[in-house]
Write a protein that binds this ligand. Structure first.
Ligand code: AMP
Length: 395
C-alpha cells in the first residue's frame, strides 16, 4: 500500500484531500467534529516530518459561491483540533491560493476554500485538477467519505502526481478494515444487514454471499423475506416486487453454504409511532393492522448466539426503528452482543449509514473494532466496487 510511512515529507508541501464536510448549526458552529479529528494523525505526521499541509475539502452542496458553505466557518475548529495556526484563503485555485501555497513554510497549514464553489470539482474537470495540483509537491487522499466519487480533487488530480501520491492514515485504516472483512477475515465471518429496504442492500447481499459463513438479515428487510416464504406480515414494510429476489437470495445462500438467520419474533405495533400499542408476535404471524418495528426477545437471543460464534463481524443497518425509543432494543442488544464478541477477540466493523448513527447514539463506538467514516463509500465497497479515489492512488 502507498502509505504515508513510506515517505518523509521534510520540506515538502502535501496537498491533502480531507473530508471536512461537517454538520453546522444555524450559528455556523460545528456540531460534530469527528471528521476533523479523524484527519489529525495524517496532518501531524506530515508536520512532524518537517513538511507543510494544504488542506482541501468540500462542505455541503453549494451551487456556485454561497457564503453559508464557506470553509471559513470551520477555520477556528481546525486550528483548535490540530493545535497549529492555520491560514485560510478565499479560493481553492487562482492567484491568492497559489501565492499562499508558495509562501507556506514547513510546519504551517493552509486551508483552502470549499472546492465545490467551482462546478469543475464535481465534474472531475482535468484543468481544474491540474490547477489544484500546482499547489503541492505530494498528493495525499485522506477523504474516505468522498472516495466513491471521481471528482477533480478525489481522483483526477492523482494523475498529476504519478510518483508522489499516498493514502492518508484514515483512508488506509478504512481500506484495511474492509479487507479484513471481505478478503482475509478470520472465520467464521458474519455479516449483519438490517435497515429499511431489500432494494438498497441487494447488491451488497449478492456480493457478500461469497465472503461470509453467516448472514443475519434484520430490520424492515425481514418482511419481504418472510412474506416471500408464505408468512403473514400484517402491515409491516415490504417490497412485493423484491419477493422473488428474496427467495433467490435464500437459494444462493444455501448453495454457497451460507447460514441465513432471520428474526423469529418481532415487536409489533398498531401504528408507526413511539406511543403505539405493542405486542410480541411470531414474525410470520403478524395480525392485520399491526407492523413489526423491532426484533423480539427470542430473535435477540438467537442473534446473540450467532454473533458470539463469529470471529469477523460486519454490521450494516439497524434491527428496528431505533430512532423511536420503544423500538431501539433490538439494535441496542445487537450492539451489546457485538461489543462482547469484540472483547473476546473478534474483529468488528460497523459501516454505512444508520448503524453508524446507532452505534454512536448508544455508546458502542469504542467497543467495536472500527466504525467507518464513509456512508456511500462504505456501501459501494461492500458492493464490491473499486472506489475511484482508491483506484487513482493505486494506478
Ligand atoms: P437503511 O438506511 O437502509 O440502513 O435503513 C435504516 C432505517 O431503517 C432506519 O431509519 C430504521 O428506522 C428503518 N427500519 C429498521 N427496521 C424497520 C422496520 N421494521 N420497519 C420500518 N423501518 C425500519
Amino acid at each position: 500500500m502507498k502509505t504515508l510511512n513510506n515517505f518523509n515529507f521534510k520540506d515538502k508541501k502535501a496537498l491533502i484531500r480531507v473530508d471536512f464536510n461537517v454538520p453546522l448549526d444555524d450559528q455556523f458552529t460545528v456540531t460534530d467534529d469527528s471528521r476533523i479529528v479523524a484527519a489529525k494523525p495524517t496532518i501531524l505526521k506530515i508536520l512532524e516530518d518537517g513538511g507543510s499541509c494544504i488542506l482541501m475539502s468540500h462542505l455541503g452542496r453549494p451551487k456556485g459561491f454561497q457564503s453559508e458553505f464557506s470553509l471559513k466557518h470551520i477555520h477556528n475548529k481546525v486550528e483548535d483540533i490540530i493545535g497549529v495556526k492555520t491560514i485560510f484563503v478565499n479560493n481553492s485555485v487562482g492567484g491568492e491560493a497559489q501565492a499562499a501555497s508558495d509562501n507556506l513554510k514547513p510546519g504551517e497549514i493552509l486551508l483552502l476554500e470549499n472546492l465545490r464553489f467551482h462546478k469543475e470539482e464535481e465534474a472531475g474537470d482535468r484543468d481544474f485538477a491540474e490547477k489544484l495540483s500546482k499547489l503541492g509537491d505530494v498528493y495525499v487522499n485522506d477523504a474516505f467519505g468522498t472516495a466513491h466519487r471521481a471528482h477533480a480533487s478525489t481522483a483526477v488530480i492523482a494523475d498529476f502526481f504519478p510518483e508522489r501520491k499516498y493514502f492518508g492514515y484514515l483512508l488506509e485504516q478504512e481500506i484495511e478494515s474492509i479487507n479484513k472483512v471481505m478478503e482475509n477475515g478470520d472465520k467464521p465471518v458474519l455479516a449483519i444487514l438490517g435497515g429499511a429496504k431489500v432494494s438498497s442492500k441487494i447488491t451488497i447481499i449478492e456480493n457478500i454471499l461469497d465472503k461470509v459463513d453467516h448472514l443475519i438479515i434484520g430490520g424492515g428487510m425481514t418482511f419481504t423475506f418472510v412474506k416471500a416464504q408464505g408468512g403473514k406480515i400484517g402491515d409491516s414494510i415490504c417490497e412485493d416486487d423484491k419477493m422473488e429476489l428474496a427467495l433467490e437470495i435464500l437459494e444462493k445462500a444455501k448453495a454457497k453454504n451460507v447460514k441465513v438467520h432471520l428474526p423469529v419474533d418481532v415487536i409489533a405495533a398498531d401504528s408507526f409511532s413511539n406511543d403505539a400499542k405493542t405486542q410480541i408476535v411470531k414474525v410470520s404471524e403478524i395480525p392485520d393492522g399491526w407492523q413489526g418495528l423491532d426484533a423480539g426477545p427470542q430473535t435477540i437471543e438467537n442473534f446473540h448466539e450467532v454473533v458470539l460464534q463469529c470471529k469477523t463481524i460486519l454490521w450494516n443497518g439497524p434491527l428496528g426503528v431505533f430512532e423511536m425509543e420503544n423500538f431501539a432494543k433490538g439494535t441496542i442488544e445487537l450492539g451489546k452482543s457485538i461489543a462482547e464478541a469484540t472483547k473476546n477477540g473478534a474483529f468488528s466493523l460497523v459501516g454505512g449509514g444508520d448503524s453508524v448513527a446507532a452505534v454512536k447514539q448508544f455508546g458502542f463506538e469504542d467497543k467495536v473494532s472500527y466504525v467507518s467514516t464513509g456512508g456511500g463509500a462504505m456501501l459501494e465497497s461492500l458492493e464490491g466496487k473499486t472506489l475511484p479515489g482508491i483506484a487513482a492512488i493505486l494506478k
